[in-house]
Unconditional design. Structure first.
Length: 110
């Protein structure tokens, strides 16, 4: 009888050790997998950050190049606006100098 009890406890203890070993091994395997994934994510994130930095540098260079062009365009636009305003002022002064008869002749030309 004691021999049967001893064998029973040995079998039960063997199952317990097997279950604990499986838990420990699967936990370790999952940990290794997580570590590998984390390392890969870090590498990917570093690569993505480098791509973002390069893109930002390109955007800055394009803005600088086109900024000069935009400044030139705005200056030429302001110059043309001033010229148009001066022309309209000249036409207005010329019209004010004319007499009523000359103005009526201008309107009746057609």
């Amino acid at each position: 009888m004691w021999k049967a009890i001893k064998e029973y406890w040995e079998v039960a203890l063997g199952f317990l050790i097997a279950i604990m070993g499986a838990i420990v091994l699967t936990g370790g395997k999952n940990r290794k997998t997580k570590d590998k994934l984390n390392n890969q994510n870090r590498k990917d994130n570093n690569a993505i950050n480098e791509i973002h930095l390069e893109r930002n540098k390109k955007i800055e260079s394009v803005i600088e190049k086109h900024g000069i062009t935009l400044e030139k365009l705005s200056r030429s636009n302001e110059k043309s606006k001033k010229e148009a305003l001066e022309k309209s002022d000249d036409y207005e002064r010329e019209l004010k100098k004319k007499t009523n008869q000359e103005l009526a002749d201008l309107f009746n030309k057609e």
